[in-house]
Write a protein that binds this ligand. Structure first.
Ligand code: GUN
Length: 289
């Protein structure tokens, strides 16, 4: 029998949850400031990619809203790897800087991994440093990648405990798919990670109680690929002339999903909320040093 979910009752509201997290972060920031500690994020953008500029702008607006200081460093496309490393070292030793975020992607002549390795682990609100990634792998989740952490917060908020569930993650990037897999495993889900080389994607996704997709392919996941009553989390952001679309065919998949995130208004706002939370966590960690 088909259990068709209609109306908006099965939609996960990322904006509302992000607002709740922001309020909690603002209170923490306020308390730190009253103790003489001023959380501050420095973003570094190399080049003038319009999408990256927009994302960095959103991060500064969030800082302003929450009461976190922020500084925007914009470097020309021609910046060398050594120059960028030099800047990061200066920021690492600047006591007024709590968190450093280098917006990705960086230009091709710069190794993003070398750059991530340079950021002091306790000043890494993105959670991309190998030390922070390594800690995540052994279940020590402090500064972890923001997007998958945001997904975990959503599952928590909507009462979805991954323990014992079959979770399928589509996408194996270092900043989303791999850490998402680790976080679900840390919560005792049975996890499968699919990617571009997966032979039969539908055969895998159809088995998921929790399906999480982040590959950047508009409407890759169609209704026939999703088990009825699955929880579906869409991390994709695909912009075209008709608007912003996820990796999931929301209109049709939402008819059978137990819960589903919209795009926009789903995971996107959560990523920034977690980033803000992490800047405050960085400030707290440095205070305790
Ligand atoms: N580019 C796309 N997503 C991200 C992110 O979460 N952090 C950084 N630094 N760059 C990105």
């Amino acid at each position: 029998m088909s259990n068709t979910n209609d109306s908006k009752s099965n939609i996960i509201d990322g904006r509302a949850l992000a607002k709740k997290i922001d309020e909690r972060t603002a209170k923490k920031a306020e308390k730190l400031k009253s103790e003489g500690v001023f959380p501050k994020l420095v973003t570094v953008l190399v080049g003038d990619d319009p999408a990256s500029k927009m994302y960095v702008n959103m991060k500064h607006k969030a800082c302003e809203r929450i009461g976190i200081f922020s500084e925007d460093k914009i470097l020309p496309e021609s910046t060398t790897e050594d120059e960028l490393i030099q800047l990061i070292r200066e920021l690492n030793s600047d006591k007024e800087v709590s968190g450093i975020l280098v917006q990705l992607p960086v230009p091709k002549h710069i190794s993003s991994q070398k750059i991530m390795n340079e950021i002091a682990p306790e000043k890494d609100p993105d959670g991309f440093h190998p030390v922070n990634m390594g800690k995540l792998m052994i279940g020590d989740e402090g500064l972890v990648p923001c997007t998958p952490k945001g997904v975990i917060y959503m599952l928590d908020e909507y009462g979805i405990n991954p323990e014992g569930k079959k979770a399928v993650v589509v996408g194996h990037s270092n900043i989303v798919g791999k850490p998402m897999t680790a976080m679900l495993l840390n919560r005792n889900a049975t996890v499968e990670t699919c990617h571009i080389f997966t032979k039969d994607l539908k055969a895998e996704t159809i088995t998921a109680d929790i399906l999480i997709v982040g590959v950047g392919v508009k409407h890759l996941i169609t209704k026939d690929m999703v088990k009825e009553d699955a929880v579906v989390i869409d991390i994709g952001i695909n912009k075209d002339e008709t608007g912003t679309h996820g990796d999931v065919d929301f209109e049709n998949v939402s008819k059978i999903a137990k819960l589903i995130t919209p795009v926009p208004g789903g995971v996107g706002p959560m990523t920034i909320a977690v980033l803000m939370e992490h800047v405050v966590l960085c400030a707290e960690m440095q205070m305790q040093k």
